[in-house]
Design a binder for this molecule. Structure first.
Ligand code: FAD
Ligand code: UDP
Length: 373
């Protein structure tokens, strides 16, 4: 069958490869001049450092099949994400762990003592936290919330943490030991030569044709037996019901010599610092050696119509609009909506790959059964 994929990010590449191997004829279009979507990495022209152009990307998963999948296309080097945060004139370790708690409160608590201490700080009257703020007050209490989460989250999401769902904070663990690994997944690593090369290897199949600088329009879909769409869900329908909210990011690049900040990611918890974090890209590839260094200051703001959509906002008020778009998508024959933008969800790379493999398998199964596409 002739299949069109919109988007040459992870979703498009993984589905395209699977269906190409199954004997289908694949065309992938992307409006950008490069493959890789938001995972795109490239060499900084001045320093030679491999940069994560659309923000820092660390691969982590508990899904062994997905881990085997990415390792088929790239050598993954062991990498642990160890994030620091600057707040109120001091540097602390994230995610909140025993070191953070002891340093912040000037104490020498052992694990059980710290757990008890934080329980005393926390608001135990919140039985079932619904909002970001409730989740923070329930699990770390008002002091750590104010220092590390409130200001950062206001900058990142442009609204009060009382308007955001608790699920955003649930991404981060609180630990009562000195483990400062940002993630808790079994498999974690960094592609040795970058995500772009990994995705190029996935796309490297004779039945896959990639057309860059090509924006999808619904008429294009007519010449194909099926379309997989990983662009913005509301964009597919020309925003006819209104726009779903996104945050976009601006990156301010600067260079230095040697080591600028001593770690890959430094967050800034204070509200009066306008950026959320600084990424120093050379620390993502400690096996490489570069004299120069390149850093990105990251600023978050509401996405306008011409901005790149980064984070779906999913405020409570947007749920109804999203449900209406999902209903439209379900009525659209011959099109499968996939990925971060196509389903308007925050998806980590491993979940994106898992869902892409599942979407391709479901398509193959229904094609084999002769169902209408
Ligand atoms: P995308 O990468 O967004 O690809 C969609 C593609 O579709 C884009 O290339 C776009 O140009 C193209 N497109 C859109 N509309 C059209 C159109 N109309 N016509 C043609 N082409 C179109 N995940 C992790 O696991 N670990 C991390 O550390 C991590 N960090 C992140 C940091 C940031 C700042 C962000 C924003 C995301 C992060 N992620 C991380 C998530 C990761 O980026 C996603 O899981 C992944 O990019 C999703 O792939 P995708 O193909 O669904 O979407
Ligand atoms: N967060 C925060 N302070 C930090 C780091 C994260 O308040 O120093 C909040 C913020 O709202 C963020 C959420 O926790 O959106 C999830 O953090 P994560 O690091 O997973 O953010 P992402 O990688 O999605 O930018």
């Amino acid at each position: 069958m002739k299949i069109l994929l919109v988007g040459a990010g992870l979703s498009g590449a993984v589905i395209g490869r699977d269906l190409a191997e199954a004997g289908h004829d694949i065309t992938i279009v992307d409006s950008r001049p490069h493959i890789g979507g938001n995972c795109y990495t490239e060499r900084d022209p001045e320093t030679g450092v491999l940069v994560h152009v659309y923000g820092p990307h660390i691969f982590h998963t508990d899904d062994e099949e997905v881990w085997d999948y990415v390792n088929r296309y790239q050598t993954f080097r062991p990498y642990k994400n160890r994030v620091k945060t600057t707040s109120q004139g001091a540097v602390y370790s994230l995610p909140v762990n025993l070191h953070t708690i002891n340093q912040f409160y000037g104490k020498t608590l052992r694990p059980a003592e710290a757990r008890e201490f934080l329980e005393e700080q926390a608001d135990s009257s919140i039985a079932d936290p619904q909002t970001f703020e409730e989740q923070a007050l329930r699990f770390v209490g008002p002091d750590l919330y104010a220092a590390f989460f409130k200001g950062y989250t206001e900058k990142q999401w442009g609204c009060s943490p009382t308007e955001l769902p608790a699920s955003i904070l649930k991404r981060l663990p609180v630990r009562f030991n000195y483990d400062d690994n940002y993630f808790f997944h079994r498999f974690q690593g960094m592609p040795e030569t970058g995500y772009t090369e990994m995705i190029a290897a996935i796309l490297d199949h004779p039945a896959i044709e990639v057309r860059l600088d090509t924006r999808f329009s619904a008429e294009q879909g007519a010449g194909y037996d099926h379309v997989f769409y990983s662009g913005p869900l509301d964009g597919y329908f020309d925003y006819r019901l209104g726009r779903l909210g996104y945050r976009t990011l601006d990156f301010e690049r600067f260079t230095d010599q040697g080591d600028y900040q001593g770690c890959a990611v430094m967050n800034y918890g204070d509200r009066d610092v306008p950026y959320t974090r600084i990424t120093e890209h050379k620390h993502f590839a400690p096996w490489e050696s570069h004299e120069g260094t390149v850093c990105y200051r990251e600023y978050s703001r509401a996405a306008g119509p011409d901005d790149i959509p980064y984070y779906p906002i999913r405020l409570v008020a947007e749920k109804a609009l999203l449900a209406d778009y999902v209903a439209l998508a379900e009525e659209t024959a011959g099109v499968t909506f996939v990925g971060r933008l196509g389903t308007y969800r925050y998806l980590d790379m491993d979940v994106t790959i898992r869902e892409a493999l599942d979407a391709a398998a479901a398509f193959r199964a229904s094609a084999a059964a002769g169902d209408a596409m």
